[in-house]
Design a protein around this ligand. Structure first.
Ligand code: PLP
Length: 399
């Protein structure tokens, strides 16, 4: 018997499994709405102009490939802080902000999870119902018990605020509460100022540990307004962890550019926190990769490139919104009687379409249109060439 003969097959990742089924489908007009990636109007993942300019400059430098510090590239970490807290935030120069470059937003979540687990023995985390699938798996793999708090109300296709507040209130004191700062994945349902303030009060009252996940900054309203939750938590003076990602906003998925930022109470506390965070990093992967962070830092720290990037990000955001509107109009034109206007209100790359598991299965079977079983569709995968096919197929299963 070999060492590996008892190894059982792991369950297939639901979304990657979907891609396999999509790739194997021979039908020509097939559409993959299961992805978590922004596609442009030609159905391609864009290479942003700002990124290309920064990359060309970097290659021309012929710089040696040394190690980065454990916490990553300093100008990158600083630029992350500015983007999250605002360029005029007093926290920037306070010594209380600690940022470590991470392997995407996923890496930031894992760093934060490991850090809290090792330091304070945190063992319970609450995630929204529903949430990004990997939240549960990631925290479970880090040793946590994962529970949920109510979030989405299927009846209104909106937020179940009372359920959310009660759910968070009822958690054992000092629980880790994972919150999507903007463009909630998968529902596209976000909180407004007053709603965030109520959540903050419950978190404060129960001494919970807020852990904000912001993977879509710039895809809701704009960079500043999408940072609302982060800034409200900062204003409230609560200690806080923030996992951020440039995968989507820079279209740099494979470069793994993210960051974990912590708001601490004093500079001295910040120093201690950073020293422990470095230990987590050192014992996991030692130090982060260079390329993505250099490129992002070059764009964020150069006024001209920043302006180009902001424009490109706005183009992506506007295109998704246009596709939402077109989908709603085309569904109605195809005879769908139900109110589908919520698709237009949802924010970010996804729509929680309300399609049932059976309807999703029919879409794949009858029309070669692939969506996540929960009904999540990636609006950013729609374009002028496939939207009619999608709207008509959706209408067929909804009628
Ligand atoms: N958090 C949420 C809510 C996400 O949707 C994603 C990506 O899909 C991530 C984190 C992780 O992003 P990254 O690809 O940067 O690891």
């Amino acid at each position: 018997m070999s060492l590996f003969s008892p190894v059982e097959m792991a369950p297939r990742d639901p979304i990657l499994g979907l891609n396999e089924a999509f790739n194997a489908d021979p039908r020509e007009e097939k559409v993959n709405l299961g992805v978590g990636v922004y596609y442009d109007e030609n159905g391609k993942v864009p290479l942003l102009r700002a990124v290309q300019a920064a990359e060309e400059a970097r290659v021309a430098e012929h710089a040696p490939r040394t190690y980065l510090p454990m916490e990553g590239l300093a100008p990158y970490d600083l630029a992350v802080q500015k983007l999250l807290l605002g360029a005029d935030s007093a926290l920037l120069s306070s010594g209380r902000l600690i940022t470590a470059q991470s392997l995407g937003g996923t890496g930031a979540l894992k760093l934060g999870a490991d850090f809290l687990y090792r330091l304070s023995g945190k063992r319970l985390v609450a995630i929204s119902d529903p949430s990004w699938e990997n939240h549960r798996s990631l925290f479970e793999a880090a040793g946590y018990e994962v529970v949920t708090y109510p979030y989405y109300d299927p009846a209104t296709h909106g937020l179940n605020l009372q359920g959310m507040l009660q759910g968070i209130e009822q958690l054992p004191e000092g629980s880790v509460v994972l919150l999507h700062a903007c463009c909630h994945n998968p529902t596209g349902v976000d909180l407004g100022v007053d709603e965030w303030k109520q959540v903050i009060e419950v978190v404060r009252k129960r001494n919970h540990v807020p852990f904000l996940d912001i993977a879509y900054q710039g895809f809701g309203d704009n960079l500043e307004e999408d940072a609302l939750a982060v800034r409200l938590f900062a204003e409230a003076g609560l200690p806080c962890l923030i996992a951020s990602s440039f995968s989507k906003s820079f279209s740099l998925y494979g470069e793994r550019v993210g960051a974990l930022t912590l708001i601490t109470e004093t500079p001295e506390e910040g120093e201690r926190v950073l020293s422990q965070l470095k230990r987590v990093i050192r014992t996991n992967y030692s130090n982060p990769p260079t390329h993505g962070a250099k490129v992002v830092a070059a764009v964020l720290n150069n006024a001209e490139l920043y302006a180009i990037w902001e424009q490109e990000l706005a183009e992506m955001r506007v295109r998704v919104k246009q596709m939402r509107q077109a989908l709603v109009e085309k569904l109605q034109a195809a005879g769908v009687q139900q109110d589908v206007s919520f698709i237009q209100q949802q924010r970010g790359m996804f729509s929680f379409s309300g399609l049932t598991r059976e309807q999703v299965a029919r879409l794949a079977e009858e029309s070669a249109i692939y969506a996540v079983g929960s009904g999540r569709i990636c609006v950013a995968a729609l374009n002028d060439n496939n939207i009619d096919v999608v709207a008509n197929a959706m209408a067929k299963v909804l009628l």
